[in-house]
Design a protein around this ligand. Structure first.
Ligand code: AMP
Ligand code: MN
Ligand code: MN
Ligand code: MN
Length: 272
């Protein structure tokens, strides 16, 4: 059984690959994937430590794409993270992130929030930057009481400092996953209508993340029906960002069966 959705310090997760692996080993989890946002920088390190620790590792990524005027997420598994086109694509996404965050900071200053790029350094685990790092600063400096409020008041779609993301198309992301011999999975579609999910299936997605820490029982049952009907690969993952819930991490608590891992790997082998 594998936890296929974990964020590390290479995006907005609190734990580095080594700490993630130590925790999963303690829980006797067989394997996992690291799926950082638009980022592959932690994969080589995770692969090396996994080998030493005798735990199975599947290189992953979580892309944000624009769909019907909002953002949805697409997971890529078994990606060849040395692929040149994938590397070029990801570099561009990271540059877009920097521009977006810098525009968000300008907007926040206009709104009276005293914040600059170096304010975020203590929250960053790498070069990667996201709105969640800004949210942590806003909480620590008493502009808001919680991360959720930071998104509601300032950073989320209805927030006063919201800056649109530079659009990345679904087709481009599905193509780049295929080019790097990966397998594409629609991430946590709990807010999507069935019609939209079918539309994504028709665009060529390989599977759906049926189980995620954000999914209710009903969502899981409905998604499983869709997966069966369209013969897609079902996956599961915690979406752990390293936060503690009742003194436990989410990682290792939402697991993909080995039958799904086999299907992901077979498809990957066909695309090599
Ligand atoms: P970005 O990648 O810069 O668009 O930032 C989005 C990240 O912020 C997501 O990956 C989530 O981890 C986090 N996030 C988004 N909305 C919320 C929210 N309402 N509460 C807490 N975290 C959020
Ligand atoms: Mn995140
Ligand atoms: Mn996501
Ligand atoms: Mn995620």
């Amino acid at each position: 059984m594998f936890d296929l959705h974990i964020h590390s310090t290479y995006s907005d997760g609190k734990l580095d690959p080594e700490s993630i692996i130590i925790n999963l080993k303690e829980q006797k989890i067989q394997g996992f994937s690291i799926t950082d946002h638009d980022c592959i920088a932690g994969l080589e390190e995770a692969a090396t430590i996994s080998k030493m620790c005798n735990i199975k590792f599947i290189p992953g990524i979580e892309f944000g794409v624009s769909y019907n005027g909002r953002e949805i997420h697409i997971l890529g598994y078994f990606i060849d993270y040395k692929n040149e086109k994938l590397n070029d694509f990801v570099i561009k996404l990271q540059e877009n992130r920097k521009v977006r965050i810098s525009n968000t900071l300008i907007r926040l200053n206009e709104l009276g929030v005293k914040i600059n790029e170096s304010s975020l350094n203590i929250y960053k685990g790498s070069d990667f930057i996201s709105r969640s790092h800004i949210a942590m600063y806003l909480v620590d400096n008493n502009y808001v009481k919680s991360i959720n409020e930071a998104f509601e008041k300032y950073l989320g779609e209805s927030g006063s400092a919201y800056i649109e993301k530079n659009e990345v198309e679904l087709k481009d992301v599905l193509d780049i996953i295929k080019i790097s011999s990966g397998v594409s999975i629609l991430a946590h579609p709990f807010k999507m209508k069935e019609k939209e999910i079918i539309d994504i299936i028709n665009s060529g997605i390989d599977g759906i993340e049926v189980i995620n820490s954000k999914h209710s029982r009903d969502t899981i049952i409905n998604l499983m029906k869709i997966v069966d009907k369209y013969n897609l690969i079902p996956t599961a993952g915690s979406d752990c960002h390293g936060r503690l819930y009742d003194e436990n991490y989410l990682m290792g608590k939402f697991l993909s069966p080995n039958s799904s891992i086999k299907r992901l790997e077979s498809l990957h082998n066909l695309r090599k």
